[in-house]
Design a protein around this ligand. Structure first.
Ligand SMILES: [Zn+2]
Length: 285
């Protein structure tokens, strides 16, 4: 039923939204419902980043494997995979699939890079990844309706459990979404810096750093970053780090320790999002 409703909204060729992806099912719904999604999409042209659906470019990007992000960065172009149009009758199948192009995630990377440059050293690369992951999570949090959650599934693999959503919203109401963002960012940083498993003592240190009174709710939110698979952490993120810097995971683990002071690149990234008013509201249209 939800999918039928989403389909009845259909294409967005008549939409007034800037930079809408007209071949992407539910794109307009996401633009309407999430302030941060809208903010990100509207920001792209200001940063000189275009967003297109072009088959040859899509094929070349998908073939780039670990270099896909650099492929897009060099072209200042985001490419998306059409899922609305020809085979709409088979659209029920969409219920069971996710995106094969992570448009939101890559939008975040390219936006950060347009301001901070492409990171070179392992720490900055991991910081950028943690920033993109945590911001994507925070955008996903703004998908409150079942309809937008379905549309979101077609653009992002990030799924938020209803109980976690409730806890996160309660924290925003009690503090601010910037507080939540910092907590989630540190969670992803800890996880991506290959902290093998979540430790309660780490959580206490992060709360001290952020000047937060630890609570069981915050504790459950801090575990978010550790939900991602080991395969993603090691093969994807560290595969990329190794390729770009020549450093191996083993080398890194032997020579670096996590001091839990937010690395500089993460602070700069946080400031970038703040300047671009990502924390200025949460209004749907
Ligand atoms: Zn990434």
């Amino acid at each position: 039923m939800l999918l039928a409703k989403l389909l009845s909204i259909g294409g967005a060729s008549s939409s007034n939204f800037k930079n809408i992806c007209i071949h992407l099912l539910g794109d307009e719904r996401l633009l309407r419902e999430s302030y941060k999604f809208r903010r990100l999409r509207f920001l792209l042209p200001d940063l000189g980043i275009r967003i297109v659906h072009e088959e040859p470019l899509l094929k070349a990007y998908l073939a780039s494997v670990l270099d896909g992000l650099d492929f897009l960065t060099q072209r200042k172009t985001l490419v998306y995979d059409k899922n609305l149009g020809n085979d709409i009758d088979r659209a029920d199948a969409l219920q069971n699939i996710g995106p094969n192009v992570y448009l939101v995630h890559e939008s975040l990377h390219l936006s950060l890079r347009s301001s901070l440059g492409t990171p070179k050293d392992p720490t900055a690369i991991v910081c950028e990844e943690a920033l993109a992951q945590s911001m994507e999570w925070l955008i996903g949090l703004e998908m409150h309706s079942a309809l937008s959650q379905l549309a979101w599934r077609l653009q992002s693999p990030v799924q938020i459990h209803p109980a976690i959503r409730q806890t996160a919203m309660a924290l925003i109401n009690a503090t601010s979404d910037k507080t939540l963002y910092e907590l989630i960012l540190h969670s992803f940083l800890s996880s991506l810096f290959l902290r093998d498993k979540f430790q309660k003592s780490d959580f206490k240190k992060i709360c001290d750093l952020l000047k937060l009174e630890p609570s069981s709710e915050m504790f459950s939110l801090f575990k978010i970053g550790f939900d991602m698979s080991d395969r993603f952490r090691y093969d994807t993120v560290w595969g990329y780090v190794a390729q770009k810097s020549g450093i191996t995971v083993e080398h890194y683990l032997c020579n670096q320790s996590i001091d839990f002071q937010t690395p500089l690149h993460a602070i700069n990234g946080l400031n970038f999002f703040r300047e671009k008013k990502f924390f200025a509201g949460s209004r749907s249209l």
